[in-house]
Design a protein. Structure first.
Length: 458
């Protein structure tokens, strides 16, 4: 006699805040469709969290460095090698434990930074789904580097190249920095290796939505079983279909919620520049100084997130001389609540993919100052494809000067030239909500994914 179980997904994130959060939001969508979820972060990552989600079950695995994670490893290679070895073993034991407890796993959703997970899934006869945190255009570029089809970077700095699947020509300054920066070859290897086991997976889930990247998604879908499932932000900011979806995400930082919201409540509608460079970027001291003066000189008030590790780079006396009427500098904020606030007029951002998707979903136009990794490509999409922002120009030293910052803020916030940008931002907000709402493109993809899970769990 066959026993039927509830479909059960084991979610295996790479231990970075920007990677685990989209997976957590996706998990909540699955859970709302009656799929059992277990998230398996590393022990070292869990130790860093300020708060843990209560809505999903968590079972840690080990990367072999339980006390400090990657910071404990001698090199990145050493970290990845040990993670593969100890991770495969602890993941296997977790799958067995869940099996023995009467709640067997049917599917592993894994971060393709960890391609070895597919082998573990195969060993247990489970289906597997790679979950790409970054958008499809960025993934497509790494795919072509993997295939060696296109030699990147372009030989001349201003040479325009065409990547199959993306008809908008790109330049060296638009491709992910790891492709250009030869010192980061080890990281590029990880990004390129995302495709190494991809022909063996059942699904490729992309943290984006079809309407945003139609052309490249159609193209990549001919190669891989792609499903877009984003935007992966809490339902309370989009379709509001998930009840009690208060849970924000995981963070290694503590947000200064009351300070931020109280201050924003005193600002006029669409008047504030919100500034943040995410959880990882290390901004050069010279760039911090230009930002500080650019913001202070602009006509607008600003809310600026400067992580405590970055604070020493602020110009001397900047904080002391800053009046509370003009600006507020905090070490971390509740970004979604901030972006949703009616006082926000634009987002001056590094264009990390989570921040970009959040800004799109909440209809906030952007001033892009990309720093590294996928951010230049995201900035290219923001400016030239979706036309929901501008990219501030760097000088020959790679620094965006204060005048350029002021000019961009003015254009996006006030000028007639920025009107189309502001209108487009509103349009995309509407679309972002629709795609996760009942019958929207991402909702349909998630439904299809769940149906398959349910069928195999019978
Ligand atoms: C990293 C990479 O830098 C990024 O390019 C890649 O696409 C994903 O992984 P990160 O640098 O942290 O992420 O940037 P981003 O992807 O934008 O994620 C930042 C997250 O932190 C967002 O979800 C944002 O809402 C949150 N955040 C940021 C806060 O909650 N409060 C803050 O004060 C700042």
């Amino acid at each position: 006699m066959s026993t039927s179980h509830k479909a059960h997904c084991l979610i295996l994130p790479y231990p970075l805040q920007g990677h685990i959060n989209p997976m957590l939001q996706f998990s909540k969508r699955l859970q709302s469709k009656r799929v059992e979820i277990t998230i398996a972060p590393t022990k070292s990552f869990l130790k860093k969290m300020k708060e843990l989600p209560t809505s999903v079950s968590i079972e840690a695995i080990s990367d072999g460095y339980d006390d400090g994670g990657i910071d404990q490893a001698k090199t990145y290679e050493a970290y990845l090698t040990r993670f593969k070895e100890v991770g495969s073993d602890t993941l296997s034991r977790l799958i067995q434990k869940l099996e023995n407890s009467g709640c067997p796993v049917n599917c592993i959703v894994y971060d393709p930074f960890l391609p070895w997970v597919v082998e573990v899934a195969k060993k247990f006869g489970l289906i597997s789904a790679a979950f790409f945190t970054q958008n499809c255009t960025v993934d497509n570029i790494y795919y072509h580097v993997h295939k060696g089809v296109i030699k990147l970077p372009p030989t001349q700095h201003d040479e325009k190249i065409l990547i199959p699947g993306f008809s908008c020509p790109i330049e060296a300054s638009d491709v992910p920095t790891f492709v250009i920066n030869h010192e980061a070859e080890r990281i590029l290897q990880v990004l390129v290796n995302q495709f190494s086991n991809l022909d063996k997976v059942d699904w490729v889930l992309i943290n984006s939505f079809y309407e945003l990247e139609k052309e490249v998604i159609d193209w990549m879908s001919k190669i891989y079983p792609i499903k877009t499932i984003g935007p992966t932000i809490p339902s309370m900011y989009l379709d509001k279909r998930l009840h009690d979806d208060k849970e924000y995400g995981l963070s290694i930082f503590k947000p200064m919620t009351n300070e931020c919201l109280n201050w924003l409540n005193h600002q006029p509608i669409s008047s504030v520049v919100y500034v943040s460079f995410g959880s990882l970027a290390i901004v050069e001291a010279e760039q911090m100084e230009e930002l500080a003066w650019g913001l202070k000189n602009s006509n607008n008030n600003f809310l600026w997130v400067v992580r405590s590790t970055e604070e020493s780079k602020l110009p001397k006396n900047f904080l002391e001389e800053l009046t509370i009427e003009k600006g507020l500098v905090v070490s971390w904020c509740p970004q979604l609540q901030v972006l949703e606030h009616e006082s926000i007029g634009c987002f001056l951002t590094h264009c990390g993919w989570n921040s970009t998707l959040e800004s799109i979903s909440l209809g906030v136009p952007m001033v892009a100052i990309p720093q590294w990794t996928d951010q230049p490509t995201n900035a290219k999409l923001v400016k030239d494809v979706w036309e929901i922002g501008v990219r501030a120009k760097q000088d020959e030293k790679g620094i965006v000067r204060r005048e350029a910052i002021e000019e961009c803020i003015k254009l996006v916030m006030e000028e007639e030239k920025g009107k189309l940008i502001r209108e487009n931002a509103k349009k995309w907000k509407e679309l972002a909500r629709n795609v996760v709402d009942e019958g929207g493109s991402s909702d349909k993809n998630i439904e299809e994914f769940v149906s398959k899970l349910v069928t195999i769990s019978q």
